[in-house]
Each structure stands twice: as C-alpha cells, then as structure tokens.
Design a protein around this ligand. Structure first.
Ligand SMILES: Nc1nc2c(c(=O)[nH]1)N[C@H]1C(S)=C(S)[C@@H](COP(=O)(O)OP(=O)(O)OC[C@H]3O[C@@H](n4cnc5c(=O)[nH]c(N)nc54)[C@H](O)[C@@H]3O)O[C@H]1N2
Ligand SMILES: Nc1nc2c(c(=O)[nH]1)N[C@H]1C(S)=C(S)[C@@H](COP(=O)(O)OP(=O)(O)OC[C@H]3O[C@@H](n4cnc5c(=O)[nH]c(N)nc54)[C@H](O)[C@@H]3O)O[C@H]1N2
Ligand SMILES: [Mo]
Length: 551
C-alpha cells in the first residue's frame, strides 16, 4: 500500500545503524525475519561496540532483550498505541527530519495522530508516557536509526497499523532508504522487478467475508470454509509443506474439519498432525537431495548476497522433487479436464533466466548466471544495502503513500477499542533456535537437552494463583483447554504467559517417533480463529486472553 509492491520491504541496515529499535522480534532465536541475518548476535553487539544502542520492546525479556541496552515491557497487543505515542512525540517535539523521497499524505498522517499523545497511549500499552517520549527523543537524536518490527507486532488486532507506523517512524526521522536506516535489498533475482505489485481485497471469503491478499485468504477462514455447508464449500484440500493443524488458530477445529473432507493430498516429508488426514501423501526429496536457490530470503537480507546450492546427495530411485510433483499434478489435472498445460521449465533454468535478467546479470559487468555462480559454492557477496527506493517504487504515481485510505479507515476501530482490563492473563508465543515452527522435532540432536515446552509465568502470577513452579496447569481460552507444565520466570511481564507453538505431537496416527515422545502442547489449541486484525484478517496469535489454574 505504501510502496506499491508486496515484496518491496525496507530491511534494517543492522551493520551501519547507530540505533536499532526492535519490537516483537527475537532474532537471537529466529535468526531474524524480514531481515535475513547470519550471526545476528555479533551484529547487534557491533552496534553497541561502535557506540550505538539496541532497544527491545517485548512482553518477555527475550534472548535478544537480554543483550540490549534497554528493554521495555509492553502489554501484548499494545504496540500500535506505543508506536502512535512515538510518532506523535516526533511530530509534537519537532524531532522529524526531511526525507529525500517524494511522499504523499504526510499532512494527513500528522492530522490523524494529533490526539495520540504519549499520555493518551500509555494506558493502552502499559509503557509510561515519559519512557515513550524519551525513546522518541533518543531515536531521533541518533545520526542513523532504524525501527524494526516482526511477528510479535504482526499477529495482533492492530498488526497492519503497527507495520504502517514502523514505516512512518523510519520515514519521518529521515531514516527510510538511507544507510544505517531501512533499505530495500537489491537481490540478484528480483521478484519486485519481475512481478506485479500484488492485490488486496479484490474478493472476499465466502463465510466471513475476509479479504483476499495476493490471491490468498487469511488462514482463519480455512476451517469454516470446510465446515459451513452451501455452494462453494471446500471438500478437498492439497497441503504443501505446511502443518496447519499445529500452526493455525484453533487448530483443533481445523483437525475436525480435515476429518470431514472428501479428499486430501499432502506434499510433505512426514506423517504429522495434518498429513495424517490425507488420503494420499506425496513425499518429496529432502533438502540435501535437491538444488536450492533462495528466492525469498535473499530479497530480505541485510547484505546483497546470492548463492546456488547444488544437491549434495543423489535423488533416490523413483523419488521426485517438490517441483516435479507439482508438474505431475498439473499434468494429471490437464489430462483429466482437457485443459491445455503451459510448458514449464525446471527451476534451475528459471533461476538462470532470473539472474541474467537482473541487476547483476547480462547487462552488468558481473554477468551473473548459474554458470558463474557455480564458481562460488559458498555464495557471492554483492555488497552492502544502498538507497534505491525512489527508482523502485511501484505506486501509481511513483511516490511513497504515507496515508493509504484503507489504513486511515482503520483508525476509527483503534479509537473505539475498549481500554484493557487489569487482572486477566494474556498468552504470547516464543521461538527456539533449535526448532522451526512445528517441525525439526523428530530429530534427537535438535530436541535433546533442557525441556522448552513449558508455559512461562511471572512468579507473582504463580503466587496469586497458588501455583508452584513445575506444576501441571490447565490453560483455557475461548476455544480450548490444554494441560502443560508451568515454569516461573522473571523474564515475563506480570499478566503475560508464554508458550511456544508447534508442539503437541502426541496424537493418534502421527508417525514421528521422536517428536511424539516430546512433552508439550499446541499453543494453537488456544488461539482464536475469530480474533483478527481488522485490515488484513491476519490472526491474533499473540495476546490471547487465557486463564490458568492447577490441573
Ligand atoms: N529457530 C527458528 N527460527 C525461525 C523460526 C522458528 O520457528 N525457529 N520461524 C521462522 C518464521 S516462520 C518466522 S515468521 C520468523 C519470526 O521471527 P521473529 O519475529 O523474530 O519471531 P519470534 O522469535 O517469535 O519473536 C517474536 C517476539 O515477539 C514477542 N511478542 C509477543 N507478543 C508481543 C506483543 O504484543 N508486542 C511485542 N512488542 N512483542 C510481542 C515475543 O515475546 C517474541 O520475543 O522466525 C523464523 N525463524
Ligand atoms: N501460535 C502461533 N502460531 C503460529 C506462529 C506463532 O508465532 N505463534 N507463527 C506462524 C508463522 S510466522 C508461520 S510461517 C506458520 C508456519 O506454519 P507451517 O508452515 O504450517 O508450519 P511448519 O511447521 O513450518 O510446517 C512445515 C511442513 O513442511 C514439511 N516440510 C519440510 N521440508 C519440506 C520439503 O522440502 N518439502 C515439502 N513438501 N515439505 C517439507 C514439514 O514436514 C512440515 O509438515 O506458523 C504460524 N503459526
Ligand atoms: Mo513465518
């Protein structure tokens, strides 16, 4: 909406910034996200070593918060309020800096946030107003600063507003498209250049009228589209490299819905919580048996890099790569329906074409192609991020749109949101460096060691409920109940509990011996498919109201 393309995302220039403000991201566990960043710990410490500051805003003192110069606890879901308070302070105290970019709508933004003072926003986020104001001053005072927000601020009721505000804070402090601020990666294979910007809300889901984005619907709509009778009811499903029974809100409901399908195919390596429902599983080759070029994460990397990995192991007799399975399915479909099938080329050839057509390709001195990349098995560093947004904007008038109408229209919902009540508990998630969402749990070396499935809770919250560290507790939300061990932790903000997602493998029919022997339950047995971000329909996975009592 702001830059004209769904993949044109400014990345934190972590290697050159003097001030990194992180909200709802824990790169020490996740290796960064929308910031592909090897050895993030070294890079964050380098900011500090050159006299800069790292500030983390998170309801949990995460691994990243623990090495930051400053950590602010925030009430889950309070980030839009917090960011409004920051932006208001920047405007009110004259802390803004002009951008070299052509921008539309900044005056509309200024008017829209005129009432969102730090004082007004403080009760909604639980951060003292003076701390919000001081942070705005510190951020603006830095020669080069960047505000970075990730999962924790995406999957909440005002997630879209949060990311809009992150962009605006970088923009109005002059840090957008500037070294040490936020810069768009210039990848060797540039999907921004080669695809259209994307689409939003061209059509809506059948049952809940949730908006389409890029041809996809919010996953919260998936179960209801299967369970609600009528024309257009979903009766067959293909899953590809996904385990939605564990990864999507109210996973138990989806579990039930999958059971009722007429037909299901899964392209996956495991018989897990989702694929156990499939009539047919099509296993692909594993990572060491196929070639790899990362089209996605190279687009969001903190340096311009490129690498093509050839398969290390030979493909077993009769096995198929994922792409061969897709082509086979398409051919079968074409045969059955009499439709014509467009000819396709193997992925390596597509990558070669993309490289040649790109910035470092045939028209450049580097002349990148698959053949040249073969000489660099460890990849090629194409240099630091550089300003380029002005020429890459894909908005209708080639100007940054600071105030997209769809977003401004959501401000009324924000204003009408009731103030948070004290006393209840809110559930948030967490990631671990040796896990990846719901998988990699079937490999001993990745799951051994200290258990990490527990519900983390502040000792005061344990005490007030008469609970003890290590005890089994019953956690309930609107949609479900689980039982799990609780662990007292002063990392947690009082009133907030944390549980990782992707666990809970001990279900009938799951054929993963090591994973099913692991303790832990699925956080998505508690998350609510009806709690959504009003603009995107994205699920609220963080900040779920729960109660906790002895099991
Ligand atoms: N090892 C490993 N790496 C991964 C993954 C993995 O599972 N394991 N998953 C990959 C994927 S798919 C993604 S999308 C990325 C995600 O990468 P990140 O966005 O870094 O994700 P998390 O580690 O979940 O960090 C989210 C943080 O948000 C905090 N949080 C929760 N609620 C709120 C809130 O309301 N406000 C604020 N300010 N903070 C909140 C949590 O405490 C947590 O510290 O990681 C990727 N990398
Ligand atoms: N509560 C809560 N829920 C969350 C999140 C959260 O933070 N909190 N995070 C959300 C996020 S950001 C994401 S991205 C989703 C992820 O949700 P999913 O994508 O559904 O979860 P994964 O566990 O990553 O599923 C990967 C699947 O791919 C299979 N697989 C692995 N390699 C291959 C391969 O080479 N080929 C094929 N065909 N299959 C393969 C694995 O066996 C596994 O079944 O979860 C979301 N759910
Ligand atoms: Mo993700």
């Amino acid at each position: 909406l702001m830059y004209g393309h769904g993949l044109l995302l400014p990345i934190a220039d972590i290697d050159h910034t003097d001030f990194m403000l992180i909200l709802g991201g824990n790169p020490l566990a996740s290796n960064g996200s929308i910031m592909t960043v090897p050895d993030v710990e070294k890079r964050l410490k380098a900011i500090q070593a050159r006299g800069g500051k790292v500030v983390v805003v998170d309801p949990r003192r995460s691994e990243t918060a623990a090495i930051a110069d400053q950590h602010l606890f925030i009430r889950p879901g309070g980030d839009a309020a917090f960011l409004f308070g920051l932006l208001h302070t920047l405007f009110a105290e004259g802390l803004t800096r002009d951008s070299h970019l052509a921008v539309d709508g900044l005056e509309d933004v200024r008017a829209a946030v005129s009432e969102m003072t730090a004082d007004a926003m403080s009760p909604r986020c639980g951060v003292p107003a003076e701390q919000i104001r001081q942070l705005a001053r510190d951020f603006a005072a830095a020669e080069r600063g960047v505000c970075y927000g990730r999962m924790g601020i995406s999957t909440q009721a005002f997630g879209t507003l949060c990311h809009w505000l992150v962009q605006l804070i970088n923009l109005v402090t002059g840090n957008l498209d500037r070294p040490g601020g936020a810069l768009c990666t210039e990848p060797a294979l540039d999907l921004v250049a080669s695809t259209s910007g994307g689409s939003f809300n061209r059509w809506q889901s059948r049952v809940s009228q949730l908006p389409e984005y890029g041809g996809e619907l919010p996953v919260s709509a998936l179960a209801e589209e299967m369970l609600t009778p009528g024309e257009g009811q979903i009766k067959a499903l293909i899953t590809v490299a996904g385990n939605p029974v564990l990864s999507t809100p109210n996973g138990r409901q989806l579990d039930t819905a999958l059971e009722g399908l007429e037909f299901m195919v899964s392209v996956d390596l495991y018989i897990n919580e989702t694929t156990r429902h499939a009539d047919l599983i099509l296993p692909s080759t594993s990572a060491l048996e196929n070639d790899h070029y990362d089209t996605t994460f190279n687009m969001f990397a903190v340096r311009n890099v490129t690498r093509f990995n050839r398969a290390i192991l030979a493909k077993p007799e009769g096995a198929l790569h994922d792409w061969e399975i897709f082509v086979g399915l398409a051919q079968a479909f074409a045969l059955k329906t009499g439709r014509e099938l467009k000819p396709t080329m193997p992925p390596a050839q597509m990558v070669d074409r993309g490289l040649r057509a790109g910035l470092y390709g045939d028209a450049s001195p580097l002349k990148l192609s698959l053949e040249t990349l073969a000489q660099y098995p460890h990849g090629l560093d194409l240099g630091p991020l550089k300003p380029n947004l002005a020429k890459r904007l894909k908005t209708f008038n080639q100007r940054v749109q600071a105030a997209p109408p769809v977003i401004l229209a959501d401000l009324a919902r924000f204003a009408g949101e009731p103030s948070p009540q004290a006393g209840g508990l809110m559930l948030i998630g967490r990631r671990h460096v040796r896990s990846n969402n719901s998988w990699m749990h079937n490999f001993h070396r990745l799951v051994k060691g200290k258990p990490r499935h527990q519900l983390l809770m502040h000792p005061d919250d344990l005490l007030s409920r008469g609970l003890m560290d290590g005890q089994r507790v019953r956690v309930s939300s609107r949609v479900g109940v689980i039982e799990v061990e609780v662990m007292g932790s002063i990392e947690m903000m009082p009133g907030v509990v944390s549980l990782p997602h992707g666990w809970g493998h001990g279900r009938p029919g799951v054929r993963m011996d090591i994973a099913t022997a692991q303790p832990g339950e699925s956080a998505n047995d508690l998350t609510d498919e009806r709690a959504l971000d009003g603009i995107s329909g994205n699920a609220v996975l963080n900040g779920v109201p729960v109660t906790v009592a002895a099991a």
